[in-house]
Each structure stands twice: as C-alpha cells, then as structure tokens.
Design a protein around this ligand. Structure first.
Ligand code: RB5
Length: 144
C-alpha cells in the first residue's frame, strides 16, 4: 500500500496520479488535501509519519515545486525523500538511495512526465549493494 498527499499547489497532479495508479490496480491511499489552500509541511508530516511507522511502504508528496515537501519530509526520522524531475533519478532514488518518499512538483512537471517518473519510482527496488547499504547507514547516523 502506498500513500499520496499534496498541498493546493500539487493538488491537480495528485488527482491525476491517483487516477493513473488506480488504473493500474495499485492500492493507494489519498491523505489529502482536497484542493483547499493549505500548508505543505502539514501534509508532509502526516504522510511521512505514517510511512516511517510502516503503515505504508512508500509515499508520494506533491506541492508546487516539490521543494517544500522534500525539505519537510526529510526532517522526519526514517524518511528518505527524493525530489525527482526525471525517470533516471526516480529509479536511482530507489536503487541507490532506498528513498521511501517521492516528491514531485505539480507546477513544474507535465502530467505525462510526472506519471512516468512515478511509474519508474514504483517499479524500482533497492539494489542491496554493499556500498549503498553503507551510505544509507551513514545517513541514518546523521539522524541521531
Ligand atoms: C504554495 O504556493 C507553494 O509554495 C508550495 O506548493 C510549494 O511549491 C513549496 O515548496
């Protein structure tokens, strides 16, 4: 199960992605917003705490640029959020960084590219490479 959330700047793209993922039969929970003007840290916190607690395998956060969501998301213990604007980065975010949250810019990306980035991210898995495990452990150390 994955979760998706946005602020008002990412709302339109969130709705497009929800429909896209539903079409693929993917189990996705929409944690809001509903299009109202809101503050992105609130939704980043809601989604990231749930991902960190293991309620969802991964999360997708969308705001206007994706920047605010990614900054806020990476403040939550256990979250590795990647702001991606291309499919290669989205795949690497999983294979090398084991990113558990994908951040997207709703006012930056075209809808079709955003769908492809999301698909690339969700299709990829962590490589389990020794060097990547070591580096992620180093990132975890930064949290304490
Ligand atoms: C909201 O206007 C906008 O600042 C927000 O969606 C996001 O782009 C912040 O990083």
């Amino acid at each position: 199960m994955i979760a998706i959330a946005s602020d008002h700047g990412g709302y339109a793209l969130k709705q497009e992605l929800l429909a896209h993922l539903a079409q693929q039969g993917m189990a996705v929970e929409d944690l809001g917003c509903q299009g109202e003007r809101t503050d992105y840290p609130q939704y980043a916190e809601k989604l990231c705490r749930a991902v960190a607690q293991g309620k969802y395998e991964r999360g997708i956060l969308v705001c206007g640029t994706g920047i605010g969501m990614s900054i806020a998301a990476n403040k939550v213990h256990g979250i590795r959020a990647a702001l991606c604007g291309d499919c290669y980065s989205a795949r690497m975010a999983r294979e090398h960084n084991d990113a558990n949250v994908l951040c997207l810019g709703g006012r930056v990306l075209g809808t079709e590219l955003a769908k492809q980035i999301t698909d690339a991210y969700l299709a990829a898995g962590f490589s389990n490479g020794e060097s990547h495990i070591r580096r992620i452990a180093m990132i975890k150390d930064l949290e304490s």
